[in-house]
Design a protein around this ligand. Structure first.
Ligand code: GLC
Ligand code: GLC
Length: 817
């Protein structure tokens, strides 16, 4: 079944039935204030850090999944009937329902009993607040006497603590209500200087701030006591569960419309001006009041919404394609770019699969995310690189993750994931290729956030490189450490105790188990570093990098090639993993993708051979699985990978993140048909037709689709926050369509399906706009040999960096085979 459709013109996905297979969400905010919002208004908000500055509450693993959110209730005061315009939480049958998830906003509209409601939720640029613009229209023939109630639940800031520490929390809650604005100020009396507020543009008939008074005894969100009786209780929370609800009376003549605005925000006061009057315990509201006033004004709200649209126009204009495939077009032009922005902002912290209390920003993940957003926000990418690099350990290793609020590495998952350091090199390379900003390599950056430890960023990359050379195993391959890219291939763990972390438990000294994947990654990163070194005039370094890369390639040929594909790793007994000699897990995807991307086997046919093996053993109609055969039991020497039932996650699931590596590899061997076919298999827009099987949002990539060994083969999970976003974006824009940023220009090297007659791309790059027409009259898959630039011919397929011009540069390329 279909639950909606794409509106490409408005860049929206339109959900037309509220009961989607799962909550289909969107993100609000793209700077410091963020929210998750589902198609029935479920979700929560936070400031910067989903754990430490949670503004509204979310109750985990609830049923329904997204219960609790930004709720409104409409009550007909003549009949005492009421409903939720966003369907939840009352789940009253609506005559019409529509949710439009757009770029940074969501609109939920519905009709019930002749009353139409349309609520636009968004975070204005530059603000730490969200606006709910609710427009109510009376389509009845008679006057409607309505009550509108809002409802949010405040979180007591630390979301982890909020969900567990009740002996304290039930006594700390505090609010103030002044001129109809509800201020949530728990812990403000002591060490916090921030508070939340919830305001409404209309004169209030009442309010509630104590959840259990609003809801009543033994009732839930579907039937709050205040709504049932049609009148707030004007409750003031002292402890228990601070809540925010306004009650507004709206009387509408036939055909009449009213706009009611709600503003939920976060504010920080200067530490020495927390209270007003000074010496009292009353919140100082002087600084926040003008902000509240501004966003309760319909004109200002309309302008802010327009500003948000313009902002997204600008971001998306960097790359726009018109190809024969509408799924590729809408993903590349709209949704995939948008999803990359979400992974930039959230990393893997807050979604309906990532709790926001678990993971910080991953060192590896954040570096890869750069591939997807650097072109949209280069200066923020630079800042991100600096933050990540500053957490790097002096050894060249890395904390596996860091907290967004403090920007410090955290030891929750520790370090010793031996692939981590190389992703920094690839992230920096992506940034420099996009911007041409070589100064970043000279920028001093701390190690381990220690003042005084600053070294140029280039030195960080050198240490990343040395980190592997200092950790070589018995076959000459890199030691794997706790794990490599595959967090679940834990070869030094040997855990037999329930509940132990597979990532941090180490029962082996780590001197034996090796990773062919890291070997490939090392070769890729070392070659990249060699180019960087050459550019910086460090020729000796460059020579050394190339020599070590060549040496590693030889080792891969000797110990990493299994006859028809690349081996994955060696375990603690020095036995191969991902080899024909294994009973299960004979072939893995990661080493095939990474080794070919590093250029290994391109000349002697091994790359093609490995890709044939992938096609034969790993490809399914829903995507390429991670390995085969799936592990049917727990292998203590392999760890978490064998903890999952066959077909899920790293145990032979379709782990979408690494599918693009194979797709890039296919483009490198010139196989445009297959590259695009693989891409389409995981493209959510193309999977919209699988509705109830796929289950996740059809507008964003999911981390995982159940593999062929799973009973639910084809079912997606963990949508939104996944490295899949950046990798698929990078793959389709730069490798399939082939408009690829390089240090010295823009390469035009499409590798496309033979049946495509051509396509057009507009690309902004280093101050110029390129309008690129690619033609494919002979049905080739690759082969641009020369370019026409503003009519003139250039040999080769690289556009040099031109001085900035006022007019777009017209480029024509023909695939000559
Ligand atoms: C609620 C009530 C329904 C009523 C409607 C409109 O859905 O359950 O009985 O007609 O609101 O007032
Ligand atoms: C998750 C992690 C990522 C890891 C991948 C494979 O996506 O965020 O860091 O590489 O799983 O285990």
């Amino acid at each position: 079944m279909r639950y909606g459709h794409f509106d490409d013109v408005n860049r929206e996905y339109v959900i037309t039935r509220p009961e989607t297979p799962m909550p289909w969400i969107n993100y609000l905010g793209c700077e410091a204030y963020f929210g998750i919002i589902s198609n029935t208004a479920g979700g929560y908000s936070y400031y910067r850090d989903a754990r430490l500055r949670r503004i509204t509450r979310y109750r985990y693993n609830n049923a329904p999944f997204d219960y609790g959110g930004r709720y409104l209730y409409l009550r007909d005061n003549d009949t005492a009937g009421f409903w939720s315009p966003s369907w939840q939480p009352t789940r009253t049958k609506l005559d019409k329902y529509e949710c439009r998830h757009g770029m940074g906003y969501s609109i939920i509209g519905s009709s019930c009993h002749g009353i139409e409601t349309r609520t636009t939720y968004f975070v204005p640029l530059g603000q730490t607040l969200e606006v709910w613009k609710c427009v109510v229209t009376n389509h009845r023939k008679t006057t409607a006497k309505l009550s509108l109630f809002s409802s949010i639940e405040f979180c007591l800031w630390d979301a982890q603590d909020d969900a567990t520490n009740f002996q304290r929390n039930f006594s700390t809650g505090q609010v103030e209500v002044e001129n109809g604005v509800i201020y949530h100020k728990t812990e403000y009396r002591e060490r916090r200087n921030h508070f939340a507020y919830f305001a409404c543009s209309e004169k209030l008939a009442g309010f509630d701030t104590q959840r259990d008074v609003f809801l009543g005894k033994y009732t839930g969100w579907e039937k709050p006591a205040a709504v049932v009786r049609g009148k707030s209780f004007n409750s003031v929370a002292n402890g228990w569960a601070p809540h925010g609800s306004h009650h507004v009376k709206v009387t509408l003549k036939p055909g009449e419309t009213r706009e009611v605005i709600f503003v939920l925000g976060y504010h920080e006061n200067p530490v020495d001006q927390k209270f007003d009057p000074a010496g009292s315990q009353t919140l100082n509201k002087r600084f926040v009041k003008p902000i509240i006033r501004k966003f309760l004004n319909p004109g200002k709200v309309a302008a802010a919404l327009e500003e948000l649209r313009t902002f997204w126009d600008g971001l998306l204009a960097v790359y726009q394609v018109k190809s024969p495939d509408r799924h590729a077009n809408r993903m590349a032009n709209i949704w995939n770019a948008y999803q990359c922005m979400a992974t930039f902002n959230m990393s893997r912290s807050a979604s309906f699969y990532e709790s926001g209390i678990g993971r910080g920003l991953g060192f590896r993940d954040s570096n890869q995310d750069l591939l997807g957003f650097v072109q949209m926000v280069p200066s923020r990418a630079r800042e991100r690189i600096m933050d990540i690099a500053a957490t790097q350990l002096k050894s060249g290793g890395a904390y596996h993750q860091y907290q967004p609020l403090t920007k410090r590495g955290n030891n929750d998952i520790g370090s010793g994931f031996n692939d981590d350091p190389h992703w920094l090199t690839l992230g920096v390379a992506a940034y420099v290729k996009e911007t041409g900003d070589w100064t970043i390599l000279k920028e001093p950056v701390q190690f381990e956030n220690e003042p005084g430890s600053e070294k140029p960023l280039y030195e960080h990359l050198r240490r990343s490189y040395n980190y592997t050379l200092e950790r070589i195993g018995p076959h000459g391959l890199p030691l794997i450490g706790r794990a490599d890219w595959n967090d679940c291939l834990n070869l030094n763990c040997f855990s037999d105790t329930p509940g132990q972390s597979f990532q941090t438990t180490t029962n082996k000294d780590g001197k034996v188990a090796e990773s062919v994947f890291i070997a490939g990654l090392f070769v890729l990163a070392a070659k990249e570093l060699a180019v960087i070194a050459t550019k910086l005039g460090k020729n000796k370094d460059a020579q050394e990098c190339l020599a070590e890369a060549a040496k590693m390639e030889k080792v891969i040929y000797k110990y990493g090639w299994d006859g028809a594909w690349f081996i994955r790793a060696y375990d603690d007994f020095s036995r191969p993993i991902g080899s024909k000699v294994c009973k299960e897990g004979k072939i893995f995807i990661e080493s095939q993708g990474m080794c070919v991307m590093a250029g290994i086997g391109l000349k002697d046919g091994k790359a093609k051979r490995a890709l044939e093996s992938v096609n034969q053993h790993l490809a399914t109609k829903h995507g390429i699985v991670l390995q085969q055969p799936a592990f049917t039991r727990y292998y203590i020497e392999m760890g978490e990978i064998s903890s999952y039932p066959p077909g899920y996650k790293e145990n032979a699931g379709i782990f979408c993140h690494n599918n693009p590596w194979i797709i890039i590899a296919e483009t490198m061997v010139g196989n445009g048909n297959r590259a695009f076919d693989y891409y389409t298999r995981i493209n959510p827009s193309a999977r919209e037709k699988y509705g109830d099987l796929h289950r996740c949002e059809p507008y964003v990539f999911a981390q995982m689709i159940a593999g062929k060994d799973a009973p639910t083969h084809g079912e997606a999970k963990n949508s939104w926050l996944t490295g899949t976003a950046a990798w698929t974006y990078f793959t389709v824009t730069q490798w399939i369509l082939g408009i690829r940023v390089e240090y010295d220009g823009l390469r035009i090297d499409p590798v496309i399906p033979a049946k495509w007659k051509g396509f057009n791309v507009t690309r902004k790059f280093r101050g110029n706009t390129y309008v690129i027409k690619v033609k494919n009259p002979k049905g080739n898959q690759r082969g641009v040999k020369c370019l026409r630039v503003n009519g003139g011919k250039i040999a080769g397929n690289v556009l040099p960096v031109f001085p900035a011009q006022s007019k777009p540069i017209q480029v024509e390329a023909v695939l000559e085979g």
